[in-house]
Ligand binder design. Sequence first.
Ligand code: GLA
Length: 434
Amino acid sequence: MLFPTCSGFLALFLVPFLTGRFATVHYEVRSNWAMDKSSDQLREVEVPHRLSAVFSSHFGAGNAMRIFRAPGRVNLIGEHTDYNDGFVLPAAIDLYTWTAIAPRTDRTLSVFSENFQQVEEIDLTAISAAKPRDHWSDYVRGVAVMLQNAGIPLSGANMAIYSNVPLGSGLSSSAALEVSVASALLAVSGRSLPLGEIARICQRAENEFVGARVGIMDQTASCVGATDKAILLDCRTLEYKLLPMPAGVTMVICNTMVKHEHSGGEYNDRRAQCEEGVRILRKIYPQIKALRDVSLAELEAHRRDLPELIYRRCHHVVSEDERVLKTVSAWQSGNWTEIGRLMAESHLSLKRDYEVSSRELDLLVEAATGRPGVIGTRMTGGGFGGCTINLVESANVADFTAAVRAAYTKAVHVDPEIYVTTAGAGVSEVNEND
Ligand code: GLA
């Protein structure tokens, strides 16, 4: 059966879809540009001009260079539901990956990463034989492979890439890279695709090339994000609705500084455990296709048919889907106390049932809980490190960041990066002088 509250919800809120990772790398990021601390990061206005200069110094001036920018994302609620065909509520953030690109006459992609200070050459004539190397360029190669597999013949190009999305922090630096590169490659090859299709191709790059079986949330958020809007996404249909961020509420992201990766390992294990749950439950409910189709009552009725671990994994996903829909109702009626309660429940469920939180994430949540102006706090993204998302009344942001920084530094002896973000626009071409 369809998730109980879901059909009414869809009828009420969802508008037709307008045509429409995250594996992180472990390498230390180097850059000639100051970007170690959030406060020192280049803001987006400065980047196109500087990236253009970097591009010219590597590949020469005078090319018809264009620049594409794709954002990272933060997830407000709906964690590990996307690959279960469920609901998520992310927002694109004002941290981005930029790709400067110009065509070449041969069929080589020459890619310079400003963050890693490395050049990679990718031979498009041999792209079907390309293999991942646990390297930042896997995402570029993977996107090129999947675009070609989708029947898009790519032109050779020179590319320079820069990102201020912190790597390995659960803010989708991989999706930002994939979407930025895909948009640049499409443009230089004289092609265009609907945003939903770009998101799917980028997800495929990560699933089938890099080897992380991530869902569709990050790439979609990077494609369809909108200024001052959260995105309610149905991960089965890819239909989405933009919800205005409330005035006077700020998204504050706190980074544990513990990096994580999704390529293989625990993330893929969780996904396999959900599939195992579906396999068992389908014997009882043959019509279900994914955990999204199971209600909490149905899950509880057959709790004993599932191994205890599988039950807990399913319980997280099924209850989290409900929490997303309840959050949207509370959002519509301005019930921020309820949103705070749902975010707290989500964190506990991720900690106890899904077991993807960590001591550091829990400490950040504890440090934030109950502070003046805090509406809600929880871990965000895949987990095992990374960041928390905090909805904070704007007037309290300065006191909040100071207090959380002090508490975390005292407990862990690590200074957390804190990003005071706004919901930003999805992928677009930008002007060098913007
Ligand atoms: C990572 C994945 C997403 C999603 C989240 C957890 O960010 O890339 O697809 O599964 O974890 O919600």
